[in-house]
Design a protein around this ligand. Structure first.
Ligand code: AMP
Length: 222
């Protein structure tokens, strides 16, 4: 089963994708995480991607699409995968359909997360991530703090704020790009009949883990 996590930055795509992945054993394929790992390892891909990421811009499709194709071709993704952060524009969505069709597959479910804008900005500012790239656990110092301040509960490494979360301009740019380039995909997938929209917000007391629980239940009942 191919699942896509859609939604603006800070809606909790990664958290939900991680929980679904744990239950299903399908890998969570996060383009942002792959880029960040490459940046920390100072690979050619990382150095190139960082120029765009630090400004909150999208990494060009010529770099992003082949990277996703390669990841989807790996053995562990043959039964299913949860794409977290891809596609982010129309061209990527079309390319993905093409690649999947060649393999006799398709996008089965698109989880579209919706959160009020003020809450998104607050969530990005209060998000902290584990510096251990093999762990990558995510916390929120207000909503989901670690047991010990600044330390990852899972692996004990230090936590830090993402570069692009600490820069007001990058936050603003990412939300703008989401509106302009990514949000049209809601209609694209709605027309294909695979869209499932979920609100994640403290105002209705519905958080990512609640959404994940419902989706996991449905996947298991299929
Ligand atoms: P994320 O961790 O999903 O918030 O992504 C962090 C950054 O990585 C984004 O702001 C982009 O610069 C880059 N990125 C992640 N996924 C993509 C994608 N599908 N296409 C282009 N750039 C991406």
């Amino acid at each position: 089963m191919i699942i896509i996590m859609l939604g603006a930055q800070g809606t909790g795509k990664g958290t939900i994708a991680g929980l679904i992945s744990k239950e299903t054993n399908w890998p969570q394929i996060s383009t942002g995480d792959i880029f960040r790992k490459n940046i920390s390892e100072k690979t050619k891909l990382g150095i190139e991607a960082n120029q765009y990421m630090e400004k909150g811009e999208l990494v060009p499709d010529e770099i992003t699409v082949p990277m996703v194709i390669e990841r989807l071709n790996q053995e562990d993704a043959q039964q299913g995968a949860i794409l977290d952060g891809f596609p982010r524009n129309y061209a990527q969505a079309q390319k993905l359909d093409e690649i999947l069709a060649k393999a006799g597959k398709k996008v089965d479910l698109v989880i579209n997360l919706s959160t009020p804008k003020e809450e998104l900005i607050e969530r990005m500012l209060t998000r902290r991530v584990c510096t251990n790239q093999d762990c990558k656990a995510t916390y929120n110092i207000k909503l989901q703090p670690p047991k010990k301040e600044g330390i990852c509960d899972k692996c004990g490494a230090t936590l830090k704020q993402r570069e692009d979360d600490s820069n007001a301009e990058a936050i603003h740019r990412r939300l703008e790009i989401y509106e302009q380039q990514t949000s049209p995909l809601v209609k694209y997938y709605e027309e294909k009949g695979v869209l499932r929209t979920q609100t994640v917000s403290t105002t209705i007391n519905r958080m990512g883990k609640d959404v994940a629980q419902d989706i996991i239940k449905d996947i298991k009942n299929k």
